[in-house]
Design a protein around this ligand. Structure first.
Ligand code: ADP
Ligand code: ASP
Ligand code: MG
Length: 425
């Protein structure tokens, strides 16, 4: 008897029909004799709607109250799924993060799971029930509800798989696995059969939303095998597990990320310790900084550019206002109309010319580079947001990643899916 953790994202649970389709899948596993734990996201765009609701009454909602509110999205969907399972004649218990024993740190809006106390889940499984757990949330030692950051249900699923020593952690979404690029942007993206933790971590860090980065870190640390697959078809998916990079491919994937803003500090005094003070203060304010580039001019003044999530700008700007005064910086400029494009692959460590090829393709597309940062297995550039999709497709072709089939030809649109599901009932 295997223990399976199966996570379903918001799109997979967006309508009553989809919830019923998910219930059917779980019941089929249960009837095969598996012990089944489902982890759910909020239905459809519920989290965005709750966020908008909070902002409509307070542009800067207190983090504790916001987490309390956002956690309700997953709590509604867990109950609805448990009801749908019961309607198929199998007993099911839904558990909130607190009830499922997901203990976290006290960093509201991006808490980290510190421990899984799985006794209650095991009790319910021992009674032959399908357990449905609300993703994206946990509880602090003091008893406050926290959330794990956008996409955090992936992390709930992997943490439970690790804590319960599950045989497999299946992540169901609206695409059939991990592709060489977002198949909604690059229609010729190729599905990967396997991807190493290392490559998957880089894709996630570069901003590919298919798995939350923290979930991949946990999977690597605890040796959890993740299987990414479609909630809507039985297509073969992608295994994320320990392994060497595929020998034949130098580049594993290409990622675009439109969620970042570029901040430039103008006229920063050029002196020892300034960067430490600057970024220390920003970090103390709880803002996550991504790429950093510094240009020293001849006149003892420096420009420093860095990227931050757009969602952090409201927290960052008051900090920068203060820093400008304290440190004698001339001013700062925020550009939101930017995109980060990254080329990722463990194979590029031993292969020269990958960066040069990227810059050439982007130049041919007329794309100007604002920032460049490299690691041994990733090259990231920040560019203006216009023309990014075309540039992604050109890069994909240039690195020889194109598949023979077109994603749009082999995947149903949302409307076609709905029609198929309604007919199938
Ligand atoms: P869920 O709501 O189920 O968690 P997400 O929207 O978070 O699903 O993740 C799935 C989406 O990730 C896909 O619809 C796809 O557009 C996007 N995506 C981005 N990069 C990739 C990639 N390399 N492979 C597959 N999907 C990707
Ligand atoms: N509902 C949360 C979000 O939209 C968590 C998740 O879907 O994983 O980010
Ligand atoms: Mg997700």
């Amino acid at each position: 008897m295997a223990l399976l953790v199966c996570k379903f994202g918001g799109t997979s649970l967006a309508t009553p029909e989809r919830v019923q389709a998910v219930a059917k899948k779980l019941v089929a596993y249960h009837r095969q004799g598996e012990r089944v734990v489902a982890v759910v996201s909020a239905m459809g765009k519920t989290t965005d709607d709750l966020l908008a609701l909070a902002k409509s009454v307070n542009p800067h909602p207190p983090a504790r109250e916001l987490d309390r509110l956002l956690a309700t999205g997953e709590q509604a969907s867990m109950a609805v799924l448990a009801m749908a399972i019961e309607a198929l004649g199998v007993h099911s218990t839904s558990l909130s993060g607190r009830q499922a024993g997901i203990m976290t740190t006290t960093v509201f809006s991006r808490a980290q799971i510190s421990e899984v106390r799985a006794d209650r889940i095991n009790e319910e499984l021992d009674c032959g029930r399908i357990v449905v757990v609300a993703g994206f949330q946990g509880i602090t030692p003091k008893g406050d509800i926290t959330t794990l950051g956008r996409g955090g249900s992936d992390t709930t699923a992997v943490a439970l798989a690790a804590g319960l020593q599950a045989d497999l952690c299946e992540i169901y979404s609206d695409v059939a696995g991990v592709y060489t690029a977002d198949p909604r942007i690059v229609q010729r993206a190729s599905k990967l059969a396997n991807i190493s933790y290392e490559d998957m971590l880089e894709l996630a860090a570069a901003g590919s939303g298919v798995l939350q980065m923290r979930s991949v870190e946990l999977a690597r640390n605890f040796g959890v095998t993740i299987y990414c697959r479609s909630a809507f078809s039985a297509d073969v998916g992608t295994y994320v597990r320990e392994g060497k990079a595929m020998e034949e491919s130098i580049v594993t994937g290409i990622v675009s990320d439109l969620s970042k803003a570029k901040v430039t500090l103008r006229g920063v005094p050029d002196r020892v310790g300034l960067a430490a003070e600057l970024f220390g203060t920003i970090a103390d304010g709880g803002v996550l900084v991504d790429m950093i580039v510094q240009n020293i001019s001849e006149f003892g003044l420096t420009d420093i550019s860095f990227t931050v999530p757009k969602s952090e700008l409201s927290r960052l700007e008051p900090i920068l206002d203060k820093l400008v005064q304290i440190l004698g910086v001339r001013g700062f400029i925020v550009a939101e109309d930017v995109a980060k494009i990254s080329v990722v692959g463990a194979g590029m460590q031993s292969s020269p010319g990958i960066a040069a090829q990227m810059f050439k393709v982007l130049a041919n597309c007329g794309v100007n580079l604002d920032m460049i940062a490299t690691s041994s297995i990733r090259i990231s550039v920040v560019v203006g947001a216009a023309g990014v999709e075309q540039a992604m497709r050109e890069l994909h072709t240039a690195y020889g990643l194109d598949s023979d089939s077109d994603f749009a030809d082999t995947h149903l649109t949302a409307a076609e899916l709905e029609a198929k599901m309604t007919k199938g009932r």
